[in-house]
Design a protein around this ligand. Structure first.
Ligand SMILES: [Zn+2]
Ligand SMILES: [Zn+2]
Length: 338
């Protein structure tokens, strides 16, 4: 249970009871996520999470019990679901912007023995996991879905030079996707050398340590003086949102992907926007279609997420897991198992 900032407690809670159309799942693996760490370290918008609450949102497991009228999924089936389900009837859903649904339901509670999938989520955002895919791999469907949505916003072209700010789990997923999309050059920017080394191992062509190199100058050197075709911010800080705008070429696109603290603003140079014809895109979350696509890409290993799972820890060790994530330079995602 998360009670407040950095106040995570292992407690006995009731096993959720299922109602009509719902499914109870025994969690086999949950993966830690930058969003979880952010919520743990600084709290989050109460539109999405209210404390105290069970916590964690990337998970996979076995169907333990289903509501009798459901034909699918069946008991024992390996599934993943959520962490969201749009209503399909609000104005945003009618426009096909399911990720911006006005009545979105969210599911928390991956760091637990059991999790209950709400009726709407059973219908629109639950998938069976193929036999050869591990539970921890399947849990990564959620962040990959978000990355696929962000990627579609930008629509990068074969041969683009792509700069990614932030070599955390999300930045690294963007890197895997960028390389599959045929980026000519993928440049990873971070402050931690260990993370940059990791990025190189999984496909980054160049890395820049923003702590001891001039990022703007290096990006210009690496792109023939023009700047990157696409810049992706994957940290969630106004300073790096602004930095992204200094790294993009004329006519290029900036994807501001990382969510910044509530109430923050950035400055945009009007000349960059006008004479440089910069496109600035935001991206929030994902649609049910992206979740399906993400699991398919994980299953086919088109996007191999296995290297991102750097450690496995037990549910009782959840506090240690978050302390590790707060300080470690090498752990990317920790799989939490029962
Ligand atoms: Zn996540
Ligand atoms: Zn809706």
């Amino acid at each position: 249970m998360l009670h407040g900032i950095k106040d995570l407690r292992v407690e006995n809670v009731e096993t959720p009871e299922i109602q009509q159309g719902e499914v109870l799942v025994k969690v086999k693996a949950a993966t830690t996520c930058g969003t979880d760490l952010k919520i743990y370290q600084r709290g989050y918008t109460d539109k999405i999470i209210q404390l105290p609450t069970v916590f964690g949102h990337e998970w996979a497991g076995n169907v333990e019990q289903t509501s009798p009228e459901l034909e699918w999924p069946t008991k024992g089936m390996r599934v993943r679901a959520g962490n969201s389900a749009p209503c399909m009837h609000c104005t945003m859903c009618q426009k096909g912007k399911y990720n911006l649904c006005e009545n979105m339901i969210w599911l928390w509670g991956a760091y637990a023995e059991y999790i209950k999938i709400p009726q709407r989520m059973v219908l629109v955002n639950t998938q069976e996991i193929p036999e050869h895919v591990s539970y921890a791999e399947a849990a990564i469907t959620e962040p990959l879905a978000c990355v696929l949505h962000g990627n579609e916003q930008v629509n990068p072209k074969l041969g683009d030079k792509i700069a990614i700010i932030g070599a955390g789990p999300i930045g690294l997923l963007h890197l895997l996707v960028a390389k599959k999309n045929g980026a000519e050059k993928a440049v990873m920017i971070d402050l931690i050398n260990e993370r940059l080394d990791f990025a190189r191992k999984i496909g980054a062509d160049e890395t820049i340590n923003a702590g001891n190199e001039d990022v703007v100058e290096r990006i210009h050197q690496l792109t023939g003086g023009y700047g990157a075709d696409v810049v992706i911010e994957a940290i969630g800080s106004p300073a790096t949102w602004e930095q992204a705008l200094r790294l993009v070429r004329k006519g290029g696109t900036v994807l501001e992907f990382g969510g910044c603290p509530q109430g923050t603003e950035i400055k945009v140079n009007t000349e960059v926007l006008h004479y440089g014809e910069t496109t600035i895109m935001g991206a929030f979350h994902a649609t049910p279609l992206h979740f399906r696509k993400a699991l398919n890409l994980i299953s086919s290993r088109t996007i191999d997420v296995r290297p991102l799972i750097t450690k496995t820890m037990k549910l009782e060790e959840i506090n240690e897991a978050f302390q590790t994530l707060s300080t470690s330079k090498t752990e990317i995602k920790i799989a939490i198992t029962p």
